[in-house]
Design a protein around this ligand. Structure first.
Ligand SMILES: *Cc1c(COP(=O)(O)O)cnc(C)c1O
Length: 390
């Protein structure tokens, strides 16, 4: 008999009843170090006082208005994003896939607006993940996600992960944009090398096509910058954000330059819930904290510390563990073989992690993790890999 919950997930039996900082507690009182953060969402950890207070205050005011009216928190959050990134204008959504959906629409609208409607195709990379709507699935082009959901949306071309000549050859008169995750999350913490990215940037300039980043997972401080692309000295045309932006409340955003968003006039796009007052209270509290004194420097330092320890563990277990990938607090353990059973073993030993493609286990601690918790987590990782037999 089918479960009352549509069985698209196969969740563990674990039930968590409370959380504090980098810890979650289950219904038997057992504690877990949470290096999953609800898949890079609870950026400020659990029960962060600033976030809790902001939402409690917002709940006592007005919950929902609709974008028919001015929502004060939207202007505040949009201004903060604009003042701290390439963006000149922002559309608020409720999820990553919705931010990508908006991004795709802005790309298409831009070329329509400048009378080049033949330019509508978007190039993405093998291993990409952009979300689960039909457009986002077609962009990601993962067989396991697309199977059974045809016909797929036209307008996407996919190239190999790291092949600049294939990318060059795939650009046609119909190409509108290149879309990529600065670090592929679901794909297995696969980092685009700087050199490759500069070549991509060059190609977009030469061919007058848009450069778009999916920063749904890499953004909002995760890699030590507000957005991961800020480590490069150029700016994109569009960015999709979500996950960490609400710290656990559903908030997403599509960031654009003014030029590219010129066609997005009243009536061209919309959302009933996007940018609602509760979501904006969460988003403002997260961004104020992440942009606060030393916060991002601390993420960089903690990420470096974690990576040094993981590199030692990798050397110790090099028969099993091939490589440590990623930057900041978005790191991956890349194994020589299938990681089957290892996420469960970590969990049994009190550490929550997230599986990813390419035989990788993701470590996505809350950005407020401390050095003691990093040490504890590394001990669990070390001992678990030691005892792991398949
Ligand atoms: C999670 C994720 C998405 C989809 O976000 P949802 O909120 O699940 O729709 C899109 N892109 C990337 C890079 C992601 O990590």
């Amino acid at each position: 008999m089918i479960s009352s919950i549509m069985p698209t997930y196969a969740p563990s039996e674990l039930t968590f009843t409370s959380g504090q900082g980098a810890y979650l507690y289950d219904n038997n009182g057992k504690s877990y170090i949470d290096f999953s953060s609800g898949i890079a969402v609870t950026s400020l950890g659990h029960s962060h006082p600033v976030l809790t207070k902001a939402l409690k205050n917002a709940i006592d005011k007005v919950w929902h208005l609709s974008n028919l009216y001015t929502i004060e928190g939207q202007r505040q959050l949009a201004d903060k994003i604009v003042n701290n990134s390439f963006a000149e204008t922002v559309f608020f959504t409720n999820s990553g896939a919705e931010s990508i959906e908006c991004l795709i629409k802005v790309v298409r609208k831009y070329f329509n607006h400048i009378n080049k409607p033949e330019k509508y195709r978007i190039i993405t990379f093998e291993g990409a993940f952009h979300g689960r709507t039909l457009a986002a699935l077609s962009a990601g082009n993962q067989k396991k996600h697309l199977d059974g959901f045809g016909p797929h949306l036209d307008g996407f071309d996919q190239v190999s992960f790291f092949d600049i000549s294939e990318l060059k050859n795939s650009i046609s008169d119909n190409t509108a944009a290149i879309l990529l995750e600065p670090i592929q999350g679901e794909g297995g913490i696969r980092v685009f090398p700087d050199e490759f990215i500069y070549q991509v940037k060059d190609l977009t300039d030469k061919n007058e096509i848009l450069l778009c980043f999916d920063e749904v997972q890499t953004g909002i401080g995760r890699t030590g910058n507000l957005f991961a692309h800020q480590r490069w000295d150029f700016t994109p045309d569009l960015v999709a954000s979500a996950k960490g932006l609400g710290g656990g409340f559903p908030v997403g955003a599509c960031l654009s330059t003014a030029k590219v968003a010129a066609g997005m006039l009243p009536g061209t796009h919309g959302s009933t819930f996007g940018g609602n007052p509760l979501a904006m209270a969460a988003g403002n509290a997260v961004i104020d904290t992440v942009l606060g004194d030393n916060f991002l420097t601390q993420v960089t330092n903690l990420g470096a510390k974690l990576k040094i320890q993981l590199n030692k563990i990798q050397i110790k277990h090099k028969a099993k563990l091939a490589e440590i990938r990623g930057t900041g607090l978005m790191l991956g353990l890349k194994f020589n073989c299938s990681t089957e059973g290892l996420v469960d073993l970590f969990r049994k030993n009190g550490l929550l992690t997230v599986p990813a493609g390419d035989n990788v286990i993701r470590l996505l601690p809350p950005l407020v993790v401390n050095e003691i918790d990093i040490d504890k987590a590394c001990n669990i990782i070390d001992e678990s890999i030691e005892n792991w037999t398949k």
